[in-house]
Ligand binder design. Structure first.
Ligand code: BTN
Length: 251
């Protein structure tokens, strides 16, 4: 598999592949590496896969993609810029390979038929000279959520297409798409990426709610800042800013 993965990064910006049958978390492995260029970490299974907001990421063996992209920047990038670049690349990969219109859910989930097919966990470490960014991506490819306790919220590409998903092909396409979008981002700035993120997320004007300490609050999304925060109108008709957390769609 390592050889095939090495082949798969040839037309991407990534220079090295780290492949594991099983590892605690590809994001954790990425932070231990001392290689000083862009590299990827791929595992067949994770024993302690991590999600956002301290959640666990379901990581059974041989079914899905567990991937971390490690990038080294001279400056500190804005996290939302890199995660939205990742989200649009996933959305475009799914559309171009399978003709399926997925939706980006703020800030970085990919939904199909309202259920989560992919999630991204971005983490950063700073040193005096550089900033290391690790973008962990979990993509549900071949899991069968149908009769599981996750069936209301999770879905896999094979459940949507009715076909077994070739993970290597998906990975290759995605890494090339990610690299193309990264090139556009470096050359022309974030606006091009952001506009596609807005189109694919379809979030402006949407009715959403948040839950904090068991209290539900309802909002309408008025705008999204370039740094990813949502400008919303609350039930008292005043403006508020929602920082990265979790939100749910009312419809
Ligand atoms: C989310 O909560 O939606 C983010 C999930 C991110 C999961 C991926 S799987 C590969 C990488 N390694 C991890 O431990 N987490 C990320």
């Amino acid at each position: 598999m390592l050889k095939e993965l090495e082949n798969a990064i040839k037309n991407s910006i990534f220079k090295k592949v780290n492949y594991y049958e099983s590892i605690d978390s590809t994001n954790s492995a990425a932070f231990l590496s001392t290689f000083d260029d862009n590299e990827i970490f791929v595992a067949e299974s994770q024993t302690a896969g991590r999600g956002r907001l301290d959640r666990k990421w379901f990581s059974p063996s041989g079914e899905n993609i567990y991937l971390s992209l490690k990038l080294i920047f001279e400056h500190t990038p804005i996290s939302f810029e890199i995660i939205s670049l990742t989200a649009i690349s996933l959305r475009e990969t799914i559309f171009e390979l399978f003709d399926i219109m997925s939706e980006i859910k703020w800030p970085n989930d990919i939904l199909i038929n309202g259920k989560k097919c992919s999630g991204t966990l971005s983490e950063q470490r700073l040193s005096n000279q550089s900033s290391t960014v690790v973008i962990g991506v979990g993509i549900n490819c071949n899991s069968n959520f149908g009769d599981s306790e996750l069936s209301d919220i999770a879905i896999s590409l094979s459940e949507v297409t009715g076909k077994n998903i070739n993970r290597l092909e998906f990975l290759k396409y995605f890494l090339e798409k990610w690299s193309d979008n990264f090139y556009i981002f470096n050359k022309s700035g974030f606006l091009n990426i952001f506009n596609r993120w807005l189109e694919y997320s379809n979030i402006i004007g949407r009715h959403i709610f948040t839950t904090q300490n068991g209290v539900k609050r309802f909002f309408v999304v008025e705008d999204v800042k370039l740094s990813g925060e949502l400008i919303v109108i609350n039930e008292e008709k005043s403006y508020e800013t929602l920082y990265v957390g979790d939100c749910f769609y009312v419809n």
